[in-house]
Design a protein around this ligand. Structure first.
Ligand code: NAI
Length: 377
């Protein structure tokens, strides 16, 4: 089968997420790195793309030049990944969807709920895929957790508790470092700092595993480093449409926690626990029974978890292969065989609506808010 052609915007040299996309997209021989506008500095972007093997005529200076160069090519890209800073996602995603390209957009998909709803509408009208990179949902053991919930193996879910709390912005003497500062500057980051950056991964994960959507929420947000205008810590209580009670803590000042993303799901007949720092194990406890460790790659997993387990049991798999799983599901979807589970623009706008609801709640001393975008109420 011919490889699909893949292009990337952002993710230039030294960027945080760029390497994970390049490893993920090319891990399975499904995509060829055909085009790129990788950097906000045109010459650096062109040079870096060529060093990565992109042909010179498809190593572009910016995303507009890439759109103009690709749209009429007979061998144009099948998929474009948008891995630029948040405020640029809307404009780029909209332009590429309108031109008939499939898109994988980094989170948060947009800055406002209105923009998010617009992306959902544009994606629907174009008939193209707009996926959002909630890549943690593609770890095999997260897919196993979701399948177990769907199969009723822990009964009706009563409670979900999730954290995405790290300590990497906890040093007040480093708060003015430009790489850190912009995340708490409303002009650059929008209405929310840590919740929009990391909290939405945890919120999406809760919806994904519980197979339910967040309906309402109440939030407390704090800037524990006083010079910050946006929160570096948030505690969010939520309720899902199916009645599940949710608790979420997200922080960037939790010194000693490293990646710090974990989730526990408590049902009527059992509980599940997963953590991103040990992604190959899922802990399962049946009511009245002992805790069992379910391993990636072992026999008897649910089909989706088995399919996405790459190497033999007990051999570590990690973040780039979770991203690769997103690209596998994208390749299937582009070839007309979509699978359940690929995060999409609807997930993207639900996250943004939750961010805005959390900010409104925190400003109103925790008053409960509708967390859904108007189009899904
Ligand atoms: P970064 O600041 O490390 O890198 C951004 C890159 O985009 C740089 O190479 C920069 O030159 C380039 N760039 C900026 N504006 C551009 C433009 N207009 N056109 C082309 N290139 C441009 O940022 P980082 O941390 O890699 O984040 C990028 C996006 O990925 C953000 O939206 C972030 O939220 C998301 N992200 C997602 C993660 C996940 O787990 N899904 C993890 C880390 C980041």
């Amino acid at each position: 089968m011919a490889k699909l052609k893949w292009g990337m915007i952002g993710g230039g040299e030294g960027s945080q997420i760029g390497p994970a996309h390049r490893l993920g997209a090319q891990a399975d021989g499904l995509f060829e790195f055909a085009a790129g506008a990788l950097d906000h500095r045109p010459e650096e972007g062109r040079a870096y793309a060529q060093r990565l093997g992109v042909p010179a005529d498809r190593a572009y200076g910016d995303w507009q030049e890439m759109l103009a160069g690709e749209k009429d090519r007979p061998d144009r890209i099948d998929l474009v990944t948008i891995a630029t800073p948040n405020a640029t996602h809307f404009e780029i995603a909209k332009a590429y969807l309108e031109a008939g390209f499939n898109v994988l957009c980094e989170k948060p998909m947009t800055m406002t709920v209105e923009e998010g709803e617009e992306i959902v509408r544009v994606a629907r009208a174009s008939g193209k895929i707009c996926a959002v990179n909630y890549c943690y949902s593609a770890y095999p053991m997260v897919r196993q957790a979701r399948a177990m919930v769907r199969a009723g193996e822990i009964g009706k879910v009563r409670l979900v508790v999730t954290n995405f709390s790290h300590g990497h912005h906890g040093d007040a003497t480093d708060a003015d470092n430009p790489r850190v500062r912009w995340r708490y500057d409303p002009a650059m980051a929008g209405v929310s700092g840590q919740f929009a950056d990391c909290g939405i991964h945890a919120l999406h994960m809760a919806s994904f595993i519980c197979d339910d959507e967040v309906a309402t929420l109440s939030a407390d947000m704090a800037s524990t480093i006083p010079s910050r205008q946006l929160e570096d810590d948030a505690m969010v209580n939520f309720r899902m449409e199916g009645g599940t009670v949710g608790r979420l803590w997200t922080s960037s000042v939790a010194i000693g926690r490293q990646h710090g993303f974990d989730i526990q799901v408590f049902g009527e007949t059992g509980g599940l626990r997963w953590a991103s720092e040990h992604p190959n194990q899922l802990f399962y406890t049946p009511v009245g029974g002992r805790t069992q460790i379910i391993e990636k790659g072992e026999g008897g997993l649910h089909e989706d978890a088995m399919r996405l387990s790459r190497v033999a049991i007990a051999h570590p798999e990690g973040f780039p292969l979770a991203v690769a799983n997103i690209y596998c599901d994208l390749a299937d979807a582009i070839r007309g065989e979509p699978r359940d589970g690929l995060p999409n623009a609807a997930d993207g706008v639900r996250s943004i609506a939750a961010v805005h609801a959390a900010v409104a709640s925190a400003r109103a001393e925790g008053a409960w808010q509708d967390a859904r975008p108007p189009m899904f109420r």
